[in-house]
Design a protein around this ligand. Structure first.
Ligand code: CTP
Length: 403
């Protein structure tokens, strides 16, 4: 996402400053090279040494601003910056930025940079709601700065309100949705992504499902959206927030999913089946809760095969359409994967070993082997699902361009 990008993270005086250490790590995990600016107030909460050690880069503070080697530190850093993030941004820092002040190293560096800018506020709820802060927020937006909304919840003061610093993973998620650096390889294309584990109902309160969290599918939907596609996310229930600006179609069962995919596929340019689809469904679903009685020491469930959605899609697929599948395997990964690619007429397949505890189902990371219909295959390193999704979308766009 931020592969090789130079991100300058400005940290201001807030109790939440300690969370900026996690944010710096998350940005690095997403591929960024991070440099830190600490305001004088921030340095009361966290130390430059922490951030220098984390980022392996010099930390700029008011104390290290003016040097005797002829370098103008704030301009050098501003020119290096591809993306400027102020997080946590206090009310004071927002006021400095909104008014174009350059009276300390943080505001001077901010003013000097022409890179895209993002402000992540963190402050007391009354300070956030104050007319002056809201005026400054609007001014920043008018100046082209992206200002994320602070969270509502427990504040350091002991009461609840709006002004809480967003969680670092949420900040990275929201920023990565801004498509700051992604080439628009799917501009104007319509892409369907399926996600999550389908649920097969036994009765009104019970269902059969699997370990899928939906993270891989949601990451693919976000990556497609950032590449400029119109995305329809057909999703089984998950705990995740869908990316902004995608059309969400909620489903439960494999039959629902099959209907949703098959009715929309003719209008789509590409389909990515990341959903973990139940292969069997109960023969019947009880209308009432199944009760235990004196006589039923055993409950025997009869299951029948579900439709193979990708196999059905293969029957109606046009030459200009691309289909991508996943193969969840616990053994003979490549042989089984190649068989799925062929039998489902896929253009691309991402095979992953779901027997490994450190990747795959429910994890934030994954490692996949991409196999293409033209015989090309390559293996990704173990990395975040966000990066794997970006790699998948890059391949999808290349294949689509040749159709
Ligand atoms: N899939 C599908 N319809 C199904 C089952 C799976 O479209 N009824 C899709 C999945 O979304 C995935 C691909 O097919 O993209 C492979 O799914 P997987 O569960 O790995 O394999 P199956 O085809 O179900 O075969 P098996 O369970 O025997 O490995």
């Amino acid at each position: 996402m931020f592969e090789g990008k130079h991100v300058t993270l400005t940290i201001s005086g807030s109790v939440a400053a300690y969370k900026a250490a996690t944010l710096a790590r998350e940005l690095q995990r997403a591929g960024a090279i991070v440099r830190i600016v600490l305001t004088q107030a921030a340095a009361k909460f966290v130390t430059p040494a922490t951030f220098a050690a984390l980022t392996k880069q010099p930390v700029l503070t008011d104390a290290t601003w003016w040097r005797d080697d002829g370098q103008i530190a704030h301009v050098e850093l501003a020119d290096w910056t591809d993306l400027a993030i102020a997080a946590p941004a206090s009310a004071n820092l927002m006021a400095q930025f909104a008014n174009g002040l350059a009276d300390d190293v943080a505001s001077a560096t901010w003013l000097a940079t022409s890179a895209p800018k993002i402000v992540v506020p963190a402050m007391n709820s009354h300070m956030w709601q104050a007319d002056a802060t809201q005026r400054n927020r609007q001014q920043l937006i008018d100046d082209g700065v992206t200002v994320l909304m602070p969270a509502t919840g427990a504040l350091a003061e002991g009461y609840s309100g709006t002004g809480r610093f967003l969680e670092p993973t949420e900040i990275v998620r929201q920023i990565s949705q801004l498509a700051l650096f992604t080439p628009q390889t799917l501009q104007g294309k319509s892409v369907i992504v399926t996600a999550g584990g389908t649920r097969e109902r036994l009765d009104p309160v019970r269902f059969l499902t699997n370990d899928s969290s939906g993270k891989m599918g949601y990451a693919v939907a976000a990556a497609a959206q950032q590449a400029g596609a119109n995305v329809t996310l057909i999703t089984a229930p998950t705990r995740l927030t869908p990316p902004a600006d995608v059309t969400v179609v909620p489903i439960q069962s494999t039959t629902d999913l099959a209907n949703a995919v098959l009715t929309r596929f003719p209008m789509a340019d590409a389909l990515v089946m990341a959903a973990a689809v139940a292969d069997f469904q109960p023969l019947t679903t009880a209308n009432q809760k199944i009760k235990k009685t004196k006589d039923n020491d055993e409950l025997i469930l009869k299951l029948k095969k579900t439709p193979d959605i990708l196999a059905e899609v293969a029957k109606i697929k046009r030459a200009d359409q691309v289909t991508v599948g996943f193969a969840a395997e616990t053994q003979n990964l490549l042989v089984n994967a190649q068989h799925k690619l062929d039998s489902k007429s896929l253009d691309l397949l991402a095979a992953n070993d779901v027997s490994r505890a450190d990747i795959g189902f429910n994890s934030d990371d994954n490692q996949v082997t991409f196999i293409q219909a033209d015989g090309v295959s390559d293996q990704t390193p173990k990395t975040s699902k966000t990066r794997i999704a970006a790699a998948l979308i890059a391949k999808l766009a290349t294949i689509l361009a040749t159709k």
